[in-house]
Ligand binder design. Sequence first.
Ligand code: XIL
Length: 466
Amino acid sequence: MSAPTGRARRVLAATAAAVVGTLAVGMAVAAPSSAAAEPTLGQLAAAKGRYFGSATDNPTLTNSAYTAVLGSEFGQITVGNTQKWQYTEPRRGQFDYTQGDQIVAFAQAHNQIVRGHTLVWHNQLPDWVTSVPAGELLGVMRNHIANVAGHYKGTVVHWDVVNEAFEENGTRRQSVFQQKLGDSYIAEAFKAARAADPNAKLYYNDYNIEGIGAKSDAVYNMVRSFKQQGIPIDGVGLQAHLVLGQVPSSLRQNIQRFADLGVDVAITELDIRMRTPRDAAKDAQQAADYRTVVNACLAVTRCVGITVWDFSDGYSWIPSVFPGEGAALIYDENFGKKPSYWAVFEALGGTTTTTTTTTTTTGGNGAGCTATYRVVGQWNGGYQGEVTVRNTGATATTGWTVRWTLAQGQTVGSLWNGVVSTNGQEVTVRNANYNGTVAPNGTTTFGFTGSSTGTNPVPTATCTTS
Ligand code: XIL
């Protein structure tokens, strides 16, 4: 009945020198015992002529578990808060770069490029700016840009010069700058930024301009007119604070049309939020969404890089701003790599160093199944596994059971979308009460975390239907 068909899949990454384990048909293949052998997202992106980065904020720089990832995984850092006006010019004419400098120093110490964020924005703007008389505001704005961009000259590769200046319907947001200076304030800001730091690429940055629509049309028209008039603009930042399952279908086309105007495009603040808690189905959708975004950027030469808006779900701005939502990033709270991480990894050309082993068993009801086992994350002392059950028979299953052996002292800890029992080294997972029925050729996936201190070879999993 049972025909083991061990199958291993590995594609070499451009920058992955070391591979782990031996490719062999019909045998379990060793998964990497640590992530160290794998290229980082930053390295993979660099091999594609792009950067892959993360925003960060000052309080987290004292957390060594956090900085270990921040300093190694990414090729680029965005200063998440502390270059904003509220921090850099809290009182008129008094500049403070203490915290922004800390992040820049961290990036430099880790060979990471820095995106500066942001010079002119209606939020995180100190109250005093709002009360500047209309006749003085242009001078105040120019002075702010001259000082801040002047201070960071040579240390940032991009500046988000103006942030979020449009409404959803494509009209100008009625910020204090718009109200007191009129439409020309954006062009004035770009001219001042060019004068202060001629080598930084100057970006207009906004949200909900990832797809084609009224708002992105307005930005498009502005960029086109800036190019016609010789106003210095080099790039458009698509923030990409996205919702699970709602990556705009026109994303690639939209990136392309900006590129065709002669500017670069960057994905500047990527996160993809879901209703919490996470589950395997949402994680899989999120992985697909991240993959779509990365692929859209890679499809357009002038899409220069991608930045996630912090990298770990424990350090994301989403839960505080969108109640009931979160889990928007590529690492979990404990710095475990999520399926979304591996989707980015693969989309950037990384190898799947995890392996799959499937075994088909035909059970009752004429239905058969395969179990595909994958290590989706591995960290010091622990791992995350995922098993996809596929119905290979002609009739729906009424239930399924997957079994494997933990040969190296690993454990299975918390498990979702299934019911686990263990007997020594033997692990048995039965369907939960809601996912025992799988249509012919349909799949269902369960996941788990566990501990592993030595090697963590991928086991041969067997699948039985009932
Ligand atoms: C957010 C920060 O992440 C938060 O810590 C802060 O409280 C508010 O601002 N668009 C932007 C970013 O351009 O600057 C915002 O960052 C998120 C939305």
